[in-house]
Design a protein around this ligand. Structure first.
Ligand code: 15L
Length: 278
């Protein structure tokens, strides 16, 4: 199947995880980029948007047939679906590993040109906050969730090399419902809603991205991520800086010297089965 570069307007754009916090920010911003915006999330969730040009199709990522049908006719995907927090291995296997396989297989069969994949900063959460790292540094996942996102990045690499589907992996930092950094750590990792929209739109529309990994944060002066090369390739120019919130949140931090305070992972260092009985 011939894949031509995405060019606005995209005919059919799929947004998964559309009913989630990030999905609700993105859905209205993505609609002008395409003729049809297909929205999906788990069955039982509510559509974030309705009206002309909106096609709401709830699906479980682990349902292979359902996912194939969801991808039919789709030119580009923004994949925000799946588990977005540290959990037991099984639900992560279901949504983030099996689900991602279904997404890429559906995309291959549909002739989809590009996928913007919500990866996570937890692919490298094992680095200390004192370290400045780039997408070229070795991954250091901090739990099963981060590990599943590393698998997703590998999936994107594989399907670009074998099938020509372009993928932009966004290692998203901290985006919150109230659009404010919640604590001291997020003064480095915060991604404002406006910058989130800028980043995803750039990832969908930049020409010839191939396979690319970029961190997703605002232009926070405290950021740990040296990701400007990838941002330049995307044409992403963040506008917000978490520093304006420093007086309110600077004191909100885990105990000094604890792994949660030291590591980029933050409180994810306290989650998962890793601290329980052996
Ligand atoms: C993530 O990947 C999570 O989806 C989100 O819940 C936040 O915890 C964020 O990372 C973060 O690191 O702050």
């Amino acid at each position: 199947m011939t894949r031509t570069p995405t060019a606005p307007p995209i005919r059919t754009l799929l947004l998964t995880g559309a009913a989630g916090m990030i999905g609700r920010v993105l859905a209205p911003a993505l609609q002008p980029l395409c003729r049809q915006l297909r929205l999906s999330d788990l069955p039982g969730t509510a559509a974030p948007l309705a009206g002309e040009g909106i096609d709401w199709q709830p699906r479980d990522l682990a349902d292979g047939d359902g996912m194939r049908a969801l991808l039919a006719g789709v030119d580009a995907v923004v994949h925000m679906g799946g588990i977005s927090y540290e959990r037991e291995f099984d639900p992560i296997l279901h949504a983030n590993l099996r689900g991602l396989h279904h997404l890429y297989e559906g995309a291959r069969q549909a002739g989809t040109q590009r996928i913007v994949f919500a990866s996570s900063n937890h692919v490298t959460g094992g680095y200390d906050q004192s370290e400045r790292i780039s997408p070229a540094d070795p991954p250091r996942p901090d739990g099963f969730y981060g590990l599943s996102k590393l698998y997703g990045e590998g999936m994107g690499r594989l399907y670009f090399d074998r099938c020509g589907i372009e993928t932009v992996c966004l290692r998203i930092g901290t985006a919150t419902a109230d659009d404010r950094p919640p604590d001291r750590r997020a003064l480095a990792s915060w991604l404002s809603h406006a910058d989130l929209v800028r980043l995803v739109v750039a990832s969908l529309t930049a020409p010839g991205v191939g396979f690319l990994v970029a961190y997703g944060c605002s232009r926070n002066q405290r950021r740990w991520w040296d990701t400007e090369d990838a941002w330049r390739r995307l044409g992403y120019e963040p506008q917000d800086d978490a520093e304006v919130f420093a007086p309110q949140v600077q004191h909100i931090a885990p105990p000094a010297g604890s792994p949660a305070e030291r590591k980029q992972a933050g409180i994810f260092m306290t989650l998962g089965p890793f601290n329980g009985p052996s």
